[in-house]
Design a protein around this ligand. Sequence first.
Ligand SMILES: Cc1cc2nc3c(=O)[nH]c(=O)nc-3n(C[C@H](O)[C@H](O)[C@H](O)COP(=O)(O)OP(=O)(O)OC[C@H]3O[C@@H](n4cnc5c(N)ncnc54)[C@H](O)[C@@H]3O)c2cc1C
Length: 495
Amino acid sequence: MSSGQDFQNQVRERGNIPPALHIFQQFGDLSPIEPHSRNLGHFKVEGPIMRLKLNHRDSLVSLFQAALDTQWKLHFISSGKNWGLGSFLPSIGHTLIVDLSALNSLKLNLDEGVALIQPGVTQQQLYDELKDTQWFANITTSSGSTSVLGNALQKGVGLWRQRHHDILGLRVLTSSLGEISTGALKFDEANPRNYADHAGPDLTGIFMQSSLGVVTEGLLKLNIKPRKFYIFRIDFNEPVFLQAVHLLKFLYQIGTLACVSRIYENASVASYDGAKLEDLHGQSFTGYFCIPDHGQKTYTLDDLRQLADSYGLPQTFIRQLDPDQEGLAPLEKSICGCYQGNPAFNDRMIESSFNATATTMDEASSKGWLTVLPILPLNGEALTNARKIVGEFRTRYGDFGMLFAFTMNIIEPNAVDFVVSLRFARTEEAAELAHHAYSELYTRFAECGYLPYRVDTQRQDFLSSITHPSSLKVGKALRSIFDAQNVLASSSHAS
Ligand SMILES: Cc1cc2nc3c(=O)[nH]c(=O)nc-3n(C[C@H](O)[C@H](O)[C@H](O)COP(=O)(O)OP(=O)(O)OC[C@H]3O[C@@H](n4cnc5c(N)ncnc54)[C@H](O)[C@@H]3O)c2cc1C
């Protein structure tokens, strides 16, 4: 029996016979997915879903038509590794997941410092293309096999800034208006420059975290490599928590820090390095930041130590890391690589943390994993409140085997991406309780005014509840312009 017939039989047995199954099959490899298929966060979708690995960009217009004919919705993914927030899943059933990972062309313009990338271009592919040039890219600590564009469209956080700030322009296919070019691609399609702010309204932002079209290309801004990357590690504990926060804030305010500082509580470090969280006692913090040396005068280790001293921090607070040093733990190695635009060590960290590879993670990771991502102001009061909230959840749910850990990513002088991760046993019962705690965490942070910058695929009601009515109205209006016939499955982002 051919694999096509085999597939049709499988679908028939489940009673979900898409009227025009053969139509979708002509666009690429099609496979059925259990609506409750295993994914790292144990998210569930009601109704049938299928996954199509698209062969050609040119088929997209016909695919929109096929979706209309069959009344299936489309959900686009670039590499589908949206771990902790829904992985590859759509928000609703009766949806075809369209996997764009085979569209992976990458064109560099080394004079301008830009890369024109398709959705399938991965972090590792981008690094490989750039490693012998004067440019490097803003990389996340997720797998080298994750998509640069997919993450940027979610406003993901790299080690130098939030990823959408790297996007100079987009090419988007919409079901109602056809192809749209934005930003740097709006006027100069053939040879786009490293400049986005052309005359007229800026449309790039409306295609981030929305379901208004499928993004087929993005123009990415690159960074010039410094003479050297100085990477620092800071270690501190509870009594000097506020002093450390004030010092970091000052370094951002005066412009010495322009990277994203990552601060892990010890529970978080242990989880990434594969240690047992149950064995930890007390709370301490380890953080990292990077100061590039472009030949200008900048803070040295001695200067930083003197400054730390004036904030009442001990001499042991700060030290400089040698990224090439033998024996760095997986998390530390991964961070050092990422500051330099190299994701090669991230997968080792993922393996030590999840006992699975990037390919097997959704199916085989030893623990389920969910994340909540509120944005906090960079001040002692907010960070202390947020830590208290995590403490409350540890007390309430710790006996049920759930593990909460947090990381503070300082992304701007006054914005902290406070990442709370929740690990749980991969049983139905544990996953159900974890999702209950997860919903409560969203609400608890929102009640304190700490709203998420990015939510999982199933929090549309929550997001609507915290969004200003006028923005909801605009979201609906935009949808009626770009996707009037509702071909796209709405994302969790209220448009
Ligand atoms: C150990 C670990 C570390 C991590 N570190 C980070 C980190 O440092 N920073 C971070 O941000 N995340 C991090 N993550 C979370 C996650 O893995 C990344 O954000 C990852 O890049 C997202 O998956 P993706 O790139 O495959 O995007 P996808 O899953 O392909 O896309 C995400 C969503 O974007 C939309 N989308 C994607 N492509 C298109 C398109 N072409 N057109 C229209 N819409 C589209 C869809 O709504 C889709 O659901 C981490 C996860 C783990 C487990």
